[in-house]
Design a protein around this ligand. Structure first.
Ligand SMILES: Nc1ncnc2c1ncn2[C@@H]1O[C@H](COP(=O)(O)OP(=O)(O)OP(=O)(O)O)[C@@H](O)[C@H]1O
Length: 353
């Protein structure tokens, strides 16, 4: 069976709708826009009212079917969704991408992975979805060993992976069919299938777009459709591998609002990015270098380490650079990672004068 999350980048058919059935005849609401007339509507907020906004639980029926242990707890007692334990991985005949990797992601965390080119971010993301499995040590996802073939289906249907290029992830010419593709493959019956499509589109700010054609969308909208397709599978964790890289600033901002809303609704998020302002929005930032965890902490802890970031060929956030510059000139501001935080500091300083 093809799953949307596991094959989006590699073998998605492009162009026409490859499926039979689907939702073409399944809905007609009075306020649905006409087919093929999608406008570039900016995303302004989270799910529309009336939508159940909780996200990120494991699908229990599937959990029972998999031969997994209950997910282990970490030191704080949080349920751990992802655990790399002394994990090592090499592509065929190549050098290790990572070795002795230890990293856990508790349920509900919004973690951002940073690192220079080739540091192992995408390889790590593919381990979370069991697209790749370790050669050494182990990777546990939802408590399942990713090498257990009986757990693969469970892991993949609960770990949604979104790649960089939205065009590689769109499989249908009509939005509702595209979003329905994954859950349809999971065998979700039609009334629920339709509900999932409607809900997922609302969550990405594309409510009412069911009958629009995918090829009429902007890059940002396409990427939101790709995310809706993953959300319609009701994943417990969302993995975004440079999902904003091909978007313009407006598309990026819209996508980040979607991600923040999903996280606020309980979704566990692992996001790979090269944009520091996106990393600043996460709860935790992990910096990889040569497959090793070099920095791990809150955005404030990690993104203010200007010299280490530069050493790793990473950008230093603008607000951090400016606050360091101001400090060097004797202005008593803290080291900030977001423009908003720096603005607040400067306003507070001004009001004291
Ligand atoms: N399919 C592959 N076969 C062989 N080597 C690979 C393959 N994919 C990645 N690599 C190598 O594995 C290492 C880690 O690559 P990976 O794509 O995980 O890094 P990354 O941090 O995501 O980089 P980028 O930011 O450039 O996407 C690199 O040395 C890369 O060349």
């Amino acid at each position: 069976m093809r799953t949307k999350t596991s094959t989006a980048e590699h073998d998605s058919p492009r162009g026409g709708d490859p499926r039979r059935g689907g939702l073409q005849a399944a809905h007609s609401t009075g306020d649905t826009p006409a087919n093929g007339t999608a406008e570039a509507v900016p995303y302004e907020g989270g799910p529309s009212s009336g939508t159940d906004s909780r996200r990120g639980g494991l699908q229990p029926a599937l959990a029972d079917a998999a031969s997994c242990e209950v997910a282990p707890a970490d030191a704080q007692g949080d349920e751990v969704f992802v655990a790399f334990r002394d994990a090592g991985f090499t592509y065929d005949g190549e050098q290790f991408v990572f070795r002795n990797l230890n990293l856990t992601v508790p349920q509900g965390q919004f973690l951002c992975l940073l690192g220079g080119n080739g540091s192992g971010k995408s390889t790590l993301a593919k381990h979370i979805n069991a697209l790749l499995v370790p050669d050494e040590g182990e990777t546990l996802v939802f408590g399942c060993d990713t090498r257990d073939p009986e757990a693969t289906y469970f892991i993949r249907s609960n770990a949604g992976l979104v790649f960089q290029n939205p065009d590689d992830q769109i499989v249908a010419s009509l939005i509702e069919n595209d979003v329905a593709f994954g859950p349809e493959n999971l065998g979700i019956p039609n009334p629920e299938l339709r509900e999932r499509v409607t809900r997922a589109l609302a969550e990405v700010g594309l409510q009412g777009f069911e009958e629009h054609e995918t090829n009429a969308l902007s890059g940002g909208q396409k990427q939101r459709v790709a995310i809706a397709g993953v959300l319609a599978m009701d994943p417990a964790i969302l993995i975004l591998d440079e999902a904003t890289a091909m978007l313009d600033p407006r598309g990026r901002a819209g996508l980040m609002r979607v991600v923040r809303d999903l996280h606020a609704a309980g979704m566990t998020v692992v996001m790979i990015t090269h944009y520091m302002e996106e990393a600043a929005a996460a709860e935790r930032v992990v910096v990889l270098d040569g497959g090793e965890v070099r920095l791990d902490g809150t955005p404030q802890e990690v993104l203010t380490r200007a010299s280490e970031l530069r050493e790793l060929s990473l950008e230093v956030p603008f607000a951090c650079r400016l606050s360091l510059e101001l400090q060097a000139r004797g202005v008593p501001v803290g080291t900030c990672v977001t423009d908003e935080a720096l603005k607040e500091e400067l306003c507070a300083l001004r009001s004291k004068q």
